[in-house]
Structures are given as structure tokens and as C-alpha cells.
Design a protein around this ligand. Structure first.
Ligand code: HEM
Length: 416
């Protein structure tokens, strides 16, 4: 590169990364290759992209998660003591607990609750003829559904406030100023609230058979129950990301709006394959989780690059899902690419890569797909609506991303 790009590469990249959370890593990779260093949060940081890099990144002998997440992420999104920062046996045991919540029967229950709430919302939008901001409405709908499913008692009038707190945990980590501070306050509030539910679940039998009971009753590798605050963090690790699925639902609505032939196809053809393909392409195409972070477990060399023990490493998840070596015309939205084809565990990583049980790949991946399918069925088969003029652009500096308007729908009519 030019002298100027060489100087820029040596400066701290925190602000450029906040300005372009989805584009910066891959644009540097184009110049610097699949593995390169940059300064981030005043620390020398290694960035990796590509399917081969993902395979290395998800090898637990090479990378650990203790101390990997920057403090501002722990103070908002993750909390302290949760599964994200565990390694080895303790991670495996805790992860097993999350996976045990994701049986097909349990996911069916979550979908049934969600479907019922969709029908109710559709009837209410149709009844009062008002416009609805899909992001706000679906966030609340999913919040109500996941609280009912996990056994957390939340009354309907409480749903908007609980939703706001959970959303704040998600949209604050990459923010500066008041939004970041609101996120920290939301974390403190949510931690107290969730720990309270854990304590109550332990004292009574009301949570029997629910996810809350499993989390409250979980015993660590030492045989002891988790401290209520940590169990609360894990409860929030189910509630928060389920509400976050609303972003994917909005992206699905955006994709249906931009691809009328796919809307018609999903409306008419109720076979599972087109729905699967559409949902996978929404998860691949739209920006959500920009990268995952880990630390080097011990010194090793890969592709001639020295990985020093303790060094923070970022894996460019969004870049891998748009890597032209893995995807034909990656910048086009084409669900067809998923028809009759399944990607491997390292080339399609919107919710992380590798193995769900052994590594840190998202345990909620199947539930996410299920909830998206219910929601796409609702949008295509259960209702008619119009999309009034609005600002649907996705600002490139916001992570996680969302269309400006939150996707407004109008003139809703229930079908069937
Ligand atoms: C981990 C994305 C939904 C629970 C992750 C990771 C990503 C991710 C990128 C980290 C992978 C890594 O560190 O290597 C998403 C996205 C979702 C979503 C984009 C869509 C909204 C869910 C749902 C749940 C969930 C619905 C729970 C019901 C978790 C947990 C972890 C995790 C507990 C930590 C796993 C571990 O450290 O072993 N997710 N997720 N996520 N996700 Fe999700």
C-alpha cells in the first residue's frame, strides 16, 4: 500500500472499527491477507478471516475465551461469569445445559407460543388499523414468548419495559456516550431481576419443567449450584438473544419486500425446502454479529504468522459469510444457493462455527431458525400488509445493524 495506508494500519483501529463494524476487517484482509495484526483498544490484536482460519479459531487447544471479551462487552451484552468466557470442562458442562434446552420438543413449544402471539398481534393491528413498527412489535412478541417458555413470570403490561432493558443490552456495546451508559445501567438492572427469579425458582416449585428450573438447578463441575447472579446471567443468555431474533425477522421482511418472487413462492409453496433456504440466506446476507473474540492458549505458528500466548484474536464472521472464495456472488441475496446444498461448519458462521457442544458456537442457532420460520410464515401466509414510504437504509456504522425505520407496515389484514 501507500505510505499513508501503512501509517493508518499502525494506528489504533478502535474508532475505524466502530465506524465500519462489518466492513473494516474484510477490507483490510483484502490488502493484508487472511491473517494480520492491528491495534485495537490499545492492544495488538490479530484478525483472521476465511474458512481455514475459522477451523483454527474453533480449535480449543489453540484458543481460549477467558479474558477474550473486551470489558465494555462484559459490562453490557454478556455480563460476568457466563458461558461465553468459560473454557475446558467447565465450558463443556455449562454448554451441555444450554443444549439440553434445545430439544425438538422444547423448540416446538417455543414456536407454538410464538405462533399464538403472532396471530394475536396480527388481529390487533388489523383491528385498530394503525401502522406497526415491526422491530418494536416483534421484539416485544419474542420477549413475551421466551419469558413464558423459560418460566419467567412476566405479565403483559410488564412486557414493554422488560423488552426495552433486554434490547439495551444488545444495542449498547458498540455505542458511545449515553446509549452505552444506558446499556450498563440495563445490565445492572437485568442482573438483579434475573438473579431474583433464580432465587424464587429455587425456593418454590413453580418453575418445574422449565428452562428457568434447569438453569436455577444446574450444578457446576464442582457439584455446587451457580451463585444466583451467575445463574441470572445464564438466564439472560437465553432471554436476550431470543429477543434479538427480531432483527433477523426485520431483515426477513426487508428481503421479502425486495424479492417479491420469493414472497410469492413462500406464500404458495409450504414445503420445508424453500423456507429453509430463505431463512439461511437471510442469516448469511444481513449484517448481525460482526466477529467473535478469543485469546491464544499457547504460542503457535499458522500460515507463517506467530500467535503469541495471550494475544487477542478476532474472527471476521461477517466477512466469512461474504467471502467470494466460499460464496458465488456473495453480495447478492439468492436463497437458491441453499437449495439442495448445505454449507460446512466453517464457511457459514452467522452464529459462530465449529461444533455446538464442543466449542462456543451459538446454542440458540436452531431456535433462531425455528423462530424465523414461524415469523416468515406469519409475514407471508397469515396476513396482508403494505409497506409505506420510509427509510429502509441500514446505517453502516451501527452494530448490530437495523434498517432506520425499524420496518413499518400498514393496512394489515388477517388471512384465513
Ligand atoms: C453465542 C449469534 C441467537 C444463546 C453466540 C455467538 C454468536 C451468536 C456469533 C458466539 C460464537 C462464538 O463466540 O464463537 C447469535 C445470533 C442470534 C443468536 C446472530 C440471533 C438473534 C441466540 C439464541 C440463544 C443464544 C436464540 C439462546 C436461546 C447464545 C449463547 C452463546 C451464544 C448462550 C454462548 C455460547 C458459548 O459461549 O458456548 N451467538 N445468537 N443465541 N449464543 Fe447466540
Amino acid at each position: 500500500g501507500t505510505a499513508l495506508t501503512r501509517v493508518v494500519d499502525r494506528l489504533d483501529a478502535t474508532l475505524p472499527l466502530l465506524a465500519r463494524p462489518y466492513g473494516l476487517l474484510s477490507s483490510r484482509a483484502k490488502r493484508l491477507g487472511d491473517v494480520y495484526d492491528m491495534r485495537l483498544l490499545l492492544q495488538q490484536t490479530t484478525c483472521m478471516t476465511g474458512a481455514d482460519a475459522a477451523e483454527v479459531f474453533y480449535d480449543p487447544r489453540r484458543f481460549v475465551r477467558a479474558g477474550a471479551a473486551p470489558r465494555r462487552l462484559r459490562a453490557t451484552l454478556f455480563g460476568e461469569g457466563g458461558v461465553q468466557a468459560l473454557d475446558g470442562e467447565r465450558h463443556r458442562a455449562r454448554k451441555e445445559m444450554f443444549m439440553s434446552l434445545m430439544t425438538p420438543e422444547a423448540r416446538d413449544d417455543l414456536c407454538d407460543i410464538t405462533a399464538r402471539l403472532w396471530r394475536e398481534r396480527i388481529a390487533s393491528w388489523a383491528g385498530d388499523g394503525r401502522r406497526a413498527v415491526l422491530f418494536d412489535e416483534v421484539s416485544e412478541l419474542l420477549c413475551e414468548a421466551v419469558c413464558a417458555w423459560t418460566g419467567v413470570p412476566v405479565t403483559r403490561p410488564q412486557v414493554p419495559a422488560v423488552t426495552r432493558v433486554l434490547l439495551s443490552l444488545i444495542d449498547s456495546p458498540a455505542a458511545v456516550g449515553p446509549r452505552y451508559l444506558r446499556g450498563r445501567a440495563a445490565r445492572r438492572l437485568a442482573d438483579r431481576w434475573a438473579a431474583g427469579h433464580v432465587v424464587r425458582a429455587r425456593e418454590s416449585e413453580t418453575a418445574e419443567g422449565t428452562a428457568l428450573e434447569k438453569i436455577a438447578g444446574f450444578r457446576d463441575t464442582g457439584g455446587r449450584p451457580l451463585p444466583p447472579e451467575v445463574a441470572g446471567v445464564e438466564l439472560l443468555n437465553v432471554l436476550r438473544p431470543t429477543v434479538a431474533v427480531a432483527r433477523f425477522v426485520v431483515f426477513a421482511a426487508l428481503a421479502l419486500h425486495g424479492n417479491p418472487s420469493w414472497r410469492r413462492r413462500l406464500q404458495d409453496d409450504h414445503a420445508p425446502e424453500p423456507m429453509d433456504a430463505f431463512v439461511q440466506e437471510v442469516r448469511r446476507f444481513y449484517p448481525f454479529f460482526p466477529f467473535a473474540a478469543a485469546r491464544v492458549a499457547h504460542d503457535f505458528t499458522w500460515r507463517g504468522h506467530q500467535f503469541q500466548k495471550g494475544r487477542r484474536v478476532l474472527l471476521d464472521l461477517h466477512g466469512i459469510d461474504h467471502d467470494p472464495r466460499l460464496w458465488d456472488r456473495p453480495e447478492q441475496f439468492r436463497p437458491e444457493r441453499f437449495l439442495g446444498w448445505e454449507p460446512d461448519a466453517y464457511s457459514f458462521v452467522p452464529q459462530g462455527g465449529g461444533d455446538h457442544y464442543e466449542g462456543h458456537r451459538c446454542p440458540g442457532e436452531w431456535a433462531t431458525e425455528d423462530l424465523m420460520k414461524v415469523s416468515v410464515a406469519a409475514l407471508t401466509r397469515w396476513m396482508d400488509y403494505t409497506v409505506p414510504a420510509q427509510d429502509l437504509r441500514i446505517p453502516p456504522w451501527s452494530a448490530p445493524a437495523l434498517p432506520k425505520s425499524g420496518f413499518v407496515i400498514a393496512q394489515v389484514q388477517a388471512r384465513d
